[in-house]
Structure formats: C-alpha cells, structure tokens
Design a protein around this ligand. Structure first.
Ligand code: SOE
Length: 385
C-alpha cells in the first residue's frame, strides 16, 4: 500500500488528537494509504521528544520551515495557534504538500482567501478540521435533511458554550489575545457552529451580532504549563484581554431560514456544550455533543397520537463510519471524529477527491465570522458580499 509521510506541527491538545487519529485509522478502516508518523514539530525540544516517544513519531524538529521543505514529507498537519496557520499553510501548499489544518482557518478572511488560493494553485488536497461534521449522529442529521424528512428549513438554533475561563485568575493564554487567536469564542466556537450550519442548512447572507467582554485584565501565563482548558500563571504581572468573551449572532440564510449562534466561555456547568436545533416544515432535529451518539428527531408524519421527539442511537452499521468500530450500542467518542477525518483525507489524496470542509469552506466561514464582529463593532446588520 502507498505510504504517506506526515509532518505534524503542534503537539498539544490537537497534536494528541491528530496523532491518535493517524495511528488508529489503519487499525479500524481500510485506508487508501498508510499514514507514517514521520516528524513532529514544536518549539521546545524536551517536551516535544517526550510527546514523540509516547506517540511513535520517528523524528522531531523545532523549525516548521524545515519540515515544510523536506522532500520526504507528503502531508503537513497543522495544530498550532491560529496566527501561525496562514504562513505554514501557504508555504506547505507552495511546496506541494497536502494539508490537514485545524480550525478556525486563520485570523481573517483575507488570510483564509490566500490559503485557499495557494492550495488551489498548487493542486494539493486541503482539509479544514471541523471534526463535528464527522460525528455519525451529525451525518444522520444531514441524511434526514437530504432525504427530505425535515422539509423546508425555517430555523437553526446553535449554541456552543464552555466555562474554562470564568475564573478571573485564569491566565492570558494565546486564546485570549487578538494577535494569536484573531477573536475569542466567536472564532473558536461559533466557527464550529457556522460550519455545521453551512453543512446542514446552507450559506448565510446577513448577520447581526453582539459581543461582550466580562474580564478585561488577566495574569500572564506560564506558557509551557498552559494550554486549552489548562491555565498556569507566572509571577504577578497582568495583561489586557483583547478578544471578546462571548458572541451572540443572528443570521439570515440564503434559503430564507433564520438562525442564532451563541458562543461563550462563561457558562458554568457547560464544559463543551455544542448544541443545535433545526426546525423545518416536516420535522425537527436536536443534537448535543455531550450526548454525541444520539440524534433527536421529530416528524410531522408520525400519527398525531404518538408524535414526539424520538432519540435515535446512531450506532448501527448503517450509520456513517460506525460499521468499522463496534457492534450496535457500543458507543464512540470525541476522538473517533478525528479518525473519520483522516480516513476521508487519505482517500481524498489517493483518489483525487474533494474533501469537505476545506479551505474554501474556511474562507466562507471567516467571511461570516468577520461580518459578525463588524456588526458588533458598528451596531448594524452586515450583508455578506
Ligand atoms: C477550545 O475552546 C476547544 O478546544 C476548541 O478549540 C475546539 O475546536 C473544540 O472542539 C473544543 O474546545
């Protein structure tokens, strides 16, 4: 079988999720190519080497530019803070590497457009990892919509709520600074919801948004010991939070549906509450990531006396991806979505298929998100051009 060598840049939360996916994929699926964990890249050689040994990466490298230039690398896997995505992706595309990139795609629409153009000009396979699309219950939602079971869609109601920075002593990690993250939960979390909404409902044409900042100043982080969901401070110096803490956006879709998107990191009790409801002329759907094996479906076509939301456990082999895992009822988890993504990505490279979401979707999504921030700043509706 063809082998594809991976250079993975970033080795924290996403580095772990991606390494697991590359390793698990060939065990459970008939992959189109064998992924080879060639080189892991990060800034600090000590912890990077420990990571590489644990996950079976053959080599380590502390300079991403060297990884991108290597002739023996086929795939660049990007799992670093958002401000680094653009330069790595453009260089990787120019070097003819296929790209598996974490979300949100970039700091701005402009950067996303440049990434998309570089990828297309160099005819590489590009994928933007909105992992939740590859949850079997979400795939079932898509199938029910495409089969006409929901009818004409009237409403999207999305919420992505977390709570990991409610404590004012949580440090000023890269997620809370505009230069490194671009925006706060709007980019981090609403990006997922916008991606799911584009996948399930369609493109967005107009938005209106409010943002809030609850804590303006935070202690500086101990960079090495901090990460996503994990904060450690160093000394008593503080710095300014330069992104929003919450963003609530309303949207009109091109097909006329109306939607709402709530994103916050200030919802105690909500650890990773990625939730949506879809209402249509024939029925409705509800998904909650914290119960990710289930999809709730209401159908107007059921007899009046037995109508109600039914909970479908999406673990039959007829549900997307599930047949490769366990027998029905043996549920799967967060990490499986990443495995599904790498399986489809390898297939797209070898069989020259287009995989979605890709940098085009990332660009469209950034346009929506940017319009949301503009609306919040100007206090006006923004129509997408
Ligand atoms: C942090 O908010 C985060 O890790 C996001 O960046 C991920 O995309 C999301 O899936 C879980 O939460």
């Amino acid at each position: 079988m063809k082998k594809l060598n991976i250079g993975m840049i970033g080795y924290k939360f996403m580095g772990k999720a991606h390494s697991n996916a590359w390793k698990q994929a060939p065990h459970f699926f008939d992959v189109a190519a064998e992924p080879v964990l060639k080189v892991a890249c990060g800034r600090h050689a000590g912890p990077l080497q420990e990571f590489a040994d644990r996950w079976g990466w053959e080599e380590i490298e502390t300079d991403w530019q060297k990884v991108v230039k290597r002739d023996d690398i086929d795939i660049i896997d990007i799992g670093v803070p958002t401000h680094l995505h653009h330069d790595i992706a453009v260089a990787a595309a120019k070097a003819g590497k296929h790209i598996f990139c974490e979300k949100p795609i970039a700091l701005s629409y402009e950067q996303a457009r440049e990434m998309y153009e570089a990828a297309e000009e160099n005819a590489i396979t590009h994928y933007l990892n909105h992992n939740y699309r590859r949850c079997p219950a979400v795939q079932l939602a898509k199938k029910l919509i495409d089969d006409g079971k929901i009818g004409r869609i009237f409403h999207w109601r999305g919420a992505y709520l977390q709570s990991w920075i409610v404590d004012p002593n949580f440090p000023l990690t890269w997620h809370l600074q505009k230069e490194t993250a671009g925006s706060g939960p709007h980019g981090d979390l609403n990006s997922h919801s916008v991606d799911l909404a584009r996948f399930l409902v369609g493109d967005i044409k107009r938005v209106s948004c409010l943002t809030a900042n609850f804590i303006q100043e935070r202690p500086l982080p101990d960079e090495e010991a901090s990460g996503t969901f994990k904060g450690a401070t160093k000394g008593s110096d503080t710095g300014k939070v330069s992104v929003e803490d919450a963003a609530f956006m309303l949207a009109e879709f091109e097909n006329g549906a109306l939607g709402s998107f709530e994103a916050t990191r200030f919802a105690p009790g909500r650890k990773n509450y990625n939730y949506f409801e879809i209402y249509g002329s024939k029925g409705s759907l509800i998904f909650d990531l914290e119960r990710m094996n289930e999809l709730q479906f209401f159908s107007n076509e059921d007899p009046d006396d037995s109508q109600g939301f039914r909970t479908i456990l999406a673990t039959e082999s007829s549900h997307a991806y599930v047949g490769a895992w366990w027998p029905p009822g043996h549920i799967i988890g967060y990490e499986h979505e990443f495995v599904h993504a790498v399986v489809d990505f390898l297939d797209a490279i070898v069989n020259k298929k287009i995989i979605e979401p890709n940098f085009y979707d990332g660009m469209k999504e950034m346009q929506v998100l940017e319009a949301g921030l503009k609306s919040a700043a100007d206090g006006k509706n923004v129509v997408l051009s």
